[in-house]
Design a protein around this ligand. Structure first.
Ligand SMILES: *[C@@H]1O[C@H](CO)[C@@H](O)[C@H](O)[C@H]1NC(C)=O
Ligand SMILES: *[C@@H]1O[C@H](CO)[C@@H](O)[C@H](O)[C@H]1NC(C)=O
Length: 332
């Protein structure tokens, strides 16, 4: 009896250790929003479950009938004071929009779009300026930024009545846009915040001035060149573990930019990384263009390390992912 106990105890401990190791080694569960151009939809799935329809958590289907919504190119989830979550979306076909995110309707489509704009010129990314209710769209060809402002400057949550600003912003090769509420200063507010734009060879940053019709983007400083060969900019995302870090990609790799010090770090080398982000548990996720199939990929890849030989997990399959985002609104 006592002998049995002696042999069982170490075995039990071993099993317990293995079990805890497995638990801690498992990636944190969170939701991933994939921009999938094959069904032309945004699909949100749990990180750790098969990406099959029973596990679909939220979706926005733009479909293939409406030309302006062809080839969805971006999604960002944002929190608003009056409405809770919204989804900002845009498409190469020329449109940009705000989708109603509601617990009462998890499968959305074009009928759930609260506002549609048509900036044209191959829109690649969209962002909202909180407190002002403005929307900025980055189009790549010819590269430009288009600003939409609320018709009534006091109605910052009136998503249905956004007007297109007459002011023209040239931005050669613009592909990414991200609002950074504290601009590395640690305190929030429109005055402190910066709008970052990734474009050909580097990033631009803008301060926002004015309200309503008078909203303007004011460029601050020179272009911040990507490190190394400095290719065509693509994604621009937060590092959810560090409000002082921006993650961006160009034709040759993915980089971390420390806003307060202006330092660059190459996080992953690789051509045509279309999207790159890090969730708050520290895991990176990315989409890299896969060879023959144009600019999309069947895979969203994951790794705690994002170097050239990163460990990775493939998600999806048979799909046409263009970008992957963390389904989360708090990033600073
Ligand atoms: C959409 O993508 C397909 C390839 O997947 C391409 O042939 C087509 O030109 C694109 N259309 C637009 C409007 O971007
Ligand atoms: C958003 O969708 C929900 C669920 O369908 C609906 O009850 C609500 O009225 C919608 N909000 C707007 C602003 O259209």
């Amino acid at each position: 009896m006592s002998q049995n106990n002696l042999t069982l105890t170490p075995l039990f401990l071993l099993i317990l250790t293995l079990f805890t190791t497995l638990l801690t080694a498992a990636p944190a569960d969170y939701y991933v929003a994939g921009v999938d151009q094959t069904p032309n939809a945004v699909h949100v799935y749990p990180r750790n479950k098969p990406w099959t329809s029973p596990n679909l958590h939220w979706s926005f289907t733009a479909g293939t009938r409406n030309k302006g919504w062809i080839n969805l190119s971006d999604v960002k989830f944002r929190r608003t004071a009056s409405h809770g979550w919204i989804a900002l979306v845009c498409a190469s076909g020329g449109n940009a929009g705000i989708v109603n995110v509601s617990k009462n309707k998890l499968k959305t489509d074009l009928s759930d779009v609260l506002w549609t704009g048509s900036p044209g010129a191959n829109p690649h990314a969209i962002e909202r300026i909180p407190h002002l209710g403005a929307v900025v769209v980055a189009s790549s060809n010819p590269g430009k930024l288009t600003v939409y402002y609320p018709r009534d400057a006091d109605e910052v949550n009136d998503y249905k009545n956004l007007e297109r600003s007459e002011v023209k912003y040239e931005a050669p090769g613009a592909h990414g846009v991200l609002w950074d509420p504290n601009g590395g200063s640690g305190s929030e507010g429109v005055e402190k915040g910066l709008l970052w734009v990734s474009l050909d060879k580097g990033m631009h940053k803008y301060r926002i001035t004015g309200r309503g019709k008078d909203i303007k983007l004011v460029r601050e400083g020179e272009m911040i060149r990507f490190p190394g060969k400095a290719g065509l900019g693509h994604d621009l995302q937060p590092d959810y573990t560090d409000g002082d870090v921006l993650l961006t990609t160009d034709s040759y790799g993915a980089y971390a930019y420390k806003v307060s010090s202006g330092e660059w770090k190459t996080v992953r080398e690789g051509k045509a990384i279309k999207s790159f982000v890090r969730e708050k548990g520290g895991e990176y996720l990315w989409v890299t263009q896969s060879g023959k199939k144009g600019w999309v990929s069947p895979w969203v890849r994951f790794g705690m390390e994002a170097g050239a030989k990163a460990s990775e997990r493939k998600g999806g399959g048979k799909r046409g992912f263009y970008k992957a985002r963390v389904f989360e609104v708090d990033f600073e």
